[in-house]
Design a protein around this ligand. Sequence first.
Ligand SMILES: [Zn+2]
Length: 261
Amino acid sequence: MPGLDDNQLLRYSRQILLPQIGVEGQEKLLRSTALIVGVGGLGSPASMYLAASGVGRLILADDDVVDLSNLQRQIVHASGAVGEAKTDSATARLAALNPEVAVTAISERMNAETLRPLAARCDVVLDCSDNFETRYALNRACREARVPLVSGAAIRMEGQISVFAPSQPQSPCYQCLYPEGAAQDEGCVTTGILSPLTGVIGSLQAIEAVKLLLGIGSALIGRLLLFDAMKMQWREVALRKNPQCPVCGQAAGGLSDDTSS
Ligand SMILES: [Zn+2]
């Protein structure tokens, strides 16, 4: 790939100015691929920031259609997009934001079989979904493809984010945090959600994704960050790998804490 042209140098100039990124980092972002599963409250800001940052290829997966009740927080979708596939609506918005980014839209419900080859094509994956079935499938797919997963969630006035890195033996996975069967779906359809909260968590997911793509800073690996909007408080909880985890534990062929510490 040839170097950045004048327009690119200008478009990304404020990022290139950062010593942690520079021209080299920007070129790296342009060569990178990110998968965003769920183009709703979290996927909206996450996809927009990754597109604006110049992540070269974005794959969007969502089987849902834009509903009027989505617009309060799913800011990638405009009022005129009600009734359209979310992936189509988001693709058009991202193309307008940054035509340099190649967007692939997948308007299907994802499962472990369909996610595995997709994850393997990516450098980073963002879980912006709203149900445990997809979250577990995505966790397994990322584990098998050894691709880092940036997991975010938001409901009511609370949000959380963590990063799971299968290439790091000490890293827990999503299922270490929420064992399958123990967690129940609680959607914002019934409980409600504060609009800008999804912006906060989705934007943090984009930050972690960019850092992982560039290999800079300290990622949220083994750390769960919890946000309480009512109290305007952040809390960090250390996450440990569960040696009995069926996805990343000993039985699954993962390294236990004993052997790696
Ligand atoms: Zn695990």
